[in-house]
Structure formats: C-alpha cells, structure tokens
Ligand binder design. Structure first.
Ligand code: GLY
Length: 559
C-alpha cells in the first residue's frame, strides 16, 4: 500500500523538488508596491491614478506619455515619437514598441543641402520641414489596444483635463523656452500657446492647450485613425504644407508602429535588455559593457577607471556612426556588434596609460531634449520609455488648429556624411535621409535584471543618453541603489569631438591633470545634464524603490 502511494505521489514530489531548486530563478513573487518615476509630478500622479483605477503598467505608460505630451511640450508630444520597452509579467514577453518618426516620402538625401552641397543651417531644426511623421499617437493607441486593460478614452482623460485646464510654468519650462525663444516667436500658434504676448510667460502662469485637448479626444475616441486619417490628418497636412513642409495624407495614413525584439546582453551576471535599432542605444550600451567586462573595473584606481570607460565609449560611438540606421533600410550586424568576442577585439588596443585618438574634427556639444519614464506595477509588469520631439520645443512649429507641436527629428539623420547634427554626432550612409525611413536615435530605455533584482531606467540627453545609462548600470553593478544611479556625476565621450565632456563635479583637479597627462582632451561643462528616472525591485524581499534625477523637477513615487 505504502509503496503504491509513493509511486503515485512520486511525480508530484519530483515536481515539488524541481520547483524548489529552480525557485531562485523563477519569478520570486510580486513587487510589494507599484513605482513610477517621471520627469513631471503631474505625469507620475496620472500614472498612479490609472493603476488605482484597475489599469496595468501599460495603461499607466499611455497615461504618463500623454500627460508628458501636455506638460513637457519641450520634450515629447503627439507631434513626436519614442520607444516603449515592455515586459509582461504573466509570460515574460518582452518587446520594444517602435513609435519613432519616419521621414515623409518626399524627403531625400539632399533635403537640407544648398546647391553647393553644403548643409543649410537650421533647416533640419526649425519649422515644418524639420518634422518627421509622428509616431507617438499610433504608439499610444497600439499599446493601449494590445497590452492595456482600460479603454483608451479613460487612459487619456488625465492628459485631456490638464490640456484644458492648464499646467503651471516652472523653472525648467522657462529655461527651455528661453533656449528656443526665437523659434517659438517665429510661429504664430506656438507663440500664442507657449509664450505670453510674444515673450516668456511668468513662472506659475498656466499654459492651456484647448486645441491639443480636442486632438487628444479624437485619438481617445477613434484610436490612431483619429490622428492619421480624416479631418485631423487633413488639417495637419494642410498646415504643414502651407508653412513650407512636404507631408502628404499618404505619409500619415501609411504610418505604422513596429514591434521589435529588444537588444540583449549581459554584464557581471546582470541581464541587459535595451532599445534595438533604429535606436543605437542598446547596441552601443552592450558594446561598451562587453568591453568593460574585460577589465576588472572595481580593482582599478582613478583615473584609470575613467580612462577605460572613456575608451569603451569612444569605440562604441565610432561603430554607431559607421553601422547604425533604420533596420528596415540597412543591414545592421547586431549579433556581431553585441558579441563579447567583437568587444574583446575592440578592447585590444586600449592602453592603460594613454588615450586613443579619434579621427575627424567636430566641434558641437549639447544634449537637452527628450524625456524618460519608468514604471513597475504590482504584478511585475514594467515599462521603460524614452520619448522625444528632439530639440527643446521640437521644430517650434504648431500646426494651426490642432495644438500639435511638431518634432525636428529629421536632424537625427545624417544630413551629409561626416557633417555633425545638433549633438555633434556624425553619421554615414546607414543613416542618410530617405523617404519612409526612421532616423537613428540614441534613446535607451533599459531593463537590468538578475534573479535577485530588477532595474528599469533611462534618461533624456541627446547623444549623452547612452553613456548616462551606462554609468547608471555600472553603479547598479557595484551594489548601489537607484538614488545613486540617477545622481552620480557624469562624463561622456562620443568618438567625435575627441574630448571628455564632464559635469562640474565629476573629476577632482588631480584627476583632471592625470587624464590630461594620458592624452585626453577635457571639456568641462558649465551645467549638469540628464534627467534619469529609475525604478528598482528587490525580487527576494519584494521591496520597491524609485528615484528621479535631482537635476530635474520630476517625481518618483511608490504606492
Ligand atoms: N532625438 C534624440 C534621439 O532620438 O536620440
């Protein structure tokens, strides 16, 4: 009898044993709370509100994106695009929703060149000719329909209310508006919405966007068709063309969101999941981490440590310029570029006592645009999203009657091989302009994870995005928490210009001297940069943490 019982129970008992031994590698329960970190308190609050109403992380991501589109007109919006990295807890499914802008079909490689073949300054940055076909409205509808739980109408409600009632101007808004004042003044609708009698609004003044609220309502009721077809589409195309742009109704009707497999790699036992092309973020990040894996970073003293990290940055950005572009137009050797053996080859000529040289000459530097948010819900669903209209306030052009401020993402193409864009980034054939093509990006929404812990992180900052995320991951690998990832002093190298750009507190006097002695060119920056938003989950204890970059005015909230 006993033996029969044992025989009957054996499969169950075996299963129990297998589960017990596998348990550290399986999902270790759920987070004790939800966490949201965004660049604006109103967006963070809206995300939590949607979670409380029964939405999941994906609903919250749509709500947060839409609120940011209203309250951070200088960073992202319906006239822009972005990348939403999703992880679904129920089955571990991961995807990157590519809502990147596309070049209108009439665009061509010489669009921004004069008769002599020289780049016409400003043409790819200001006004409607600078604008790609927006991807954000399609992405929001797609994420809501495919992954959300609540109707799009409910999820967009917070953004619609804020667009109607207004949000208060803060110091960051004023900095960005000051930066782009001339461009905003040049376009009547932009000036009427974002300025006050053609000048800067007062701090605390309300910015109301009733036309944007109407546009959001079209999206809420009709989904993507509300934006890309019908009356609104016609108004967008007419407005763009009257002001000198080249959009057509077909450009809008043909826009499609693409789901792409994220880029994956590992570093010191941590699994890295990040943005795939047309973002350069994931590939460059994994190349740098692979290179650094060959050095025992914690054992290195300063400034060798900084030196090695800089050399890894230099090599990854060189490849960025040479190989990366829209994967639907160019073959990108993703597997090779992210392979540890390839990185080992790149690392071979790193000298421990002297800087390598970059070949070429570029003198730009900047990095102020874009926005990022990170979300974890109580089920373990997560979203890392980086969204952009490129330069602060994008192209500065609002399409009359729509409230839609257009991007100037066309500048992320390489207007002419070897000629830098506003971030000083050079590109080659892979990122040349072509009708229907997506421009190369640096946006790097990222998950970092092992059996014990999970991080969801990312940041705005133009070409410096990728190196900021790198430095955040290195902090995490050393066992530090999200407050350190977002606040640590930053430095950056992007191959060209051949210089280390760094924040005011990044290096001591003696470190600067030693780096110079190694042959590095130093470019101290006057201001801090970046606005990282991060969420952390300790899978063992269930404890959740979150942090918003102290350089910005964002809010990280656990609830
Ligand atoms: N517009 C900034 C980026 O996509 O990298």
């Amino acid at each position: 009898m006993m033996s029969r019982l044992l025989v009957k129970k054996a499969p169950l008992w075996g299963l129990f044993c297998v589960l017990f031994f596998l348990s550290p590698f399986l999902s270790a329960g759920t987070p004790s709370a939800a966490a949201i970190a965004t660049a604006h308190p109103l967006a963070t609050e809206a995300g939590h509100e949607i979670l409380k109403r029964g939405g999941n992380a994906f609903d919250a991501a749509v709500a947060v994106s839409a609120v940011l589109a209203v309250v951070e007109p200088y960073s992202s919006g319906l006239g822009g695009g972005g990348f939403w990295l999703l992880h679904r807890a129920s089955d571990g499914f991961e995807t990157m929703v590519d809502g990147r802008e596309k070049a209108p079909m009439a665009a061509h490689r010489d669009l921004y060149l004069d008769k002599k073949g020289e780049v016409i300054p400003g043409l790819s940055i200001n006004g409607p000719l600078a604008a790609g076909i927006p991807g954000e409205p399609a992405a929001l509808a797609h994420i809501s329909e495919r992954y959300g739980r609540l109707p799009l109408n409910d999820v967009l409600a917070p953004a619609i209310i804020i667009a109607e009632t207004g949000f208060p101007v803060d110091s960051h808004y004023l900095r960005m508006a000051t930066w782009r004042l001339e461009t905003l003044q040049a376009w009547k609708d932009a000036s009427a919405i974002f300025l006050h009698q053609g000048g800067l609004p007062a701090e605390g003044a309300a910015i109301r966007q009733p036309e944007l609220a109407e546009t959001l309502k079209q999206l809420a009721v009709k989904g993507a068709d509300g934006f890309y077809r019908g009356d609104l589409a016609k108004r967008l195309v007419d407005g763009v063309r009257e002001a000198g742009g080249i959009w057509t109704l077909e450009d809008l009707a043909d826009y499609r969101v693409i789901e792409r497999a994220p880029v994956k790699g590992s570093f010191m036992g941590l699994k890295i999941t990040s943005a795939s092309p047309p973002s350069s973020g994931g590939i460059a990040l994994i190349t740098m981490l692979n290179i650094l894996q060959g050095f025992n970073l914690p054992s290195l003293e300063q400034p060798q440590r900084t030196h090695v990290i800089v050399e890894a940055m230099r090599r990854a950005y060189r490849d960025r310029a040479d190989y990366l572009g829209d994967p639907d137009f160019v073959d990108i050797p993703v597997e090779a570029l992210t392979h540890p053996w390839y990185a080992a080859g790149l690392a071979r000529d790193i000298q421990m006592d002297s800087a390598s040289r970059s070949v070429g000459n570029v003198s730009h530097e900047t990095g102020r645009d874009t926005t990022h948010f990170s979300i974890l819900d109580r089920e373990g669903n997560r979203v890392a999203a980086t969204l952009s209209i490129n330069y602060p306030f994008g192209s500065g052009f609002v399409v009359p009657g729509t409230g839609v401020l257009l991007n100037d993402e066309m500048d992320d193409f390489s207007a002419s091989p070897g000629v830098p864009n506003v971030y000083g980034l050079v590109g080659a054939e892979a990122n040349a302009i072509a009708g229907g093509k997506r421009m190369l990006s640096s946006m790097s929404p990222t998950f970092v994870e092992d059996e014990q812990q999970l991080a969801v992180l990312g940041t705005p900052g133009g070409s410096r995005i990728i190196t900021m995320v790198l430095l955040g991951i290195l902090e995490m690998a050393e066992g530090n928490g999200p407050k350190q990832w977002v606040s640590r002093p930053r430095f950056h190298h992007q191959y060209l210009p051949d210089q280390i750009q760094f924040e005011p507190d990044a290096f001591s006097e003696s470190q600067r001297k030693q780096l110079k002695n190694m042959g590095h060119r130093l470019k101290p920056l006057k201001h801090p940069y970046g606005n990282m938003q991060a969420v952390y989950w300790n899978k063992k204890t269930g404890q959740v943490d979150a942090a918003s970059d102290p350089r910005g005015l964002g809010l990280a909230k656990i609830e």
